[in-house]
Design a protein around this ligand. Structure first.
Ligand code: MN
Length: 228
């Protein structure tokens, strides 16, 4: 195969304890998967169930890095999330067998240009400019499920300059990980290399240039990043 220019390198994520990397196929994200966050966004979690949107695979940003403050926003938000890494293809996956499709878990931030997202939401337009921009998907190394088991509970948290901003527990997910995989796989055929950002707990808020952001999920590698 020859190309008119050199294709970009495949986006990939470090795997803890392995020399091989996890090649990213697609990035799926879940909206409003914690009741308290749905309420802070002005929505009723009982009437509006979770839904999906995507980011491009090359929006991945590796852990311990520096992220330039993005253009065209005055309200750049953090959303700490548990990330599921898919290791096996499937469609119409029953929730009872969904964990078989999980390669491992990581911690991520779904970075959001909130002003652009809310404008799009209120006008019934797509969310891409608010959600799917360059360098909008921070992620730690993936911990294989063979090392940490499957995650169904545990604290999730985020601090900015050492100050607590977001805190919740994975058991508060409106849709559990097996339910998310089952539902998503009726809409798209899941592939190895897919990442699922599973939604954020309450406490989302703005980031400023120079902010030091740290976060984590109990039992997974810690995340840190700096806004430049
Ligand atoms: Mn999110």
């Amino acid at each position: 195969m020859s190309y008119v220019f050199t294709p970009a390198e495949r986006p990939s994520v470090e795997i803890e304890g392995r020399a091989e990397r996890f090649p990213v196929h697609r990035i799926y994200c879940v909206g409003r998967n914690y009741a308290a966050h749905a309420r802070e966004m002005g929505k009723d979690p009982d009437r509006e169930p979770p839904f999906f949107f995507t980011k491009p695979a090359d929006a991945i940003v590796r852990n311990h890095g520096v992220i330039p403050y993005p253009p065209r926003t005055k309200n750049f938000h953090h959303e700490i999330e548990l990330v599921v890494a898919i290791g096996m293809a499937g469609r119409d996956i029953p929730s009872a067998g969904a964990f078989d499709h999980v390669f491992g878990y990581a911690v991520g931030i779904d970075l959001t240009r909130r002003d652009l997202q809310l404008e799009a939401r209120d006008k019934g337009r797509p969310w891409d400019t608010g959600k799917a921009f360059d360098r909008s998907a921070v992620i730690t190394a993936i911990r294989p499920a063979s090392a940490c088991g499957h995650i169904q509970s545990g604290k999730i948290w985020l601090t900015v300059n050492g100050e607590a901003r977001q805190e919740g527990d994975i058991r508060e997910l409106i849709w559990s990980i097996p339910e998310l995989i089952a539902e998503l796989s009726t809409l798209f055929e899941l592939q190895p290399g897919d990442l699922i950002y599973t939604g954020t707990p309450a406490g989302v808020g703005p980031l400023q240039r120079g902010d030091r952001v740290e976060g984590g999920v109990e039992g997974l590698p810690a995340l840190d990043t700096t806004i430049a």
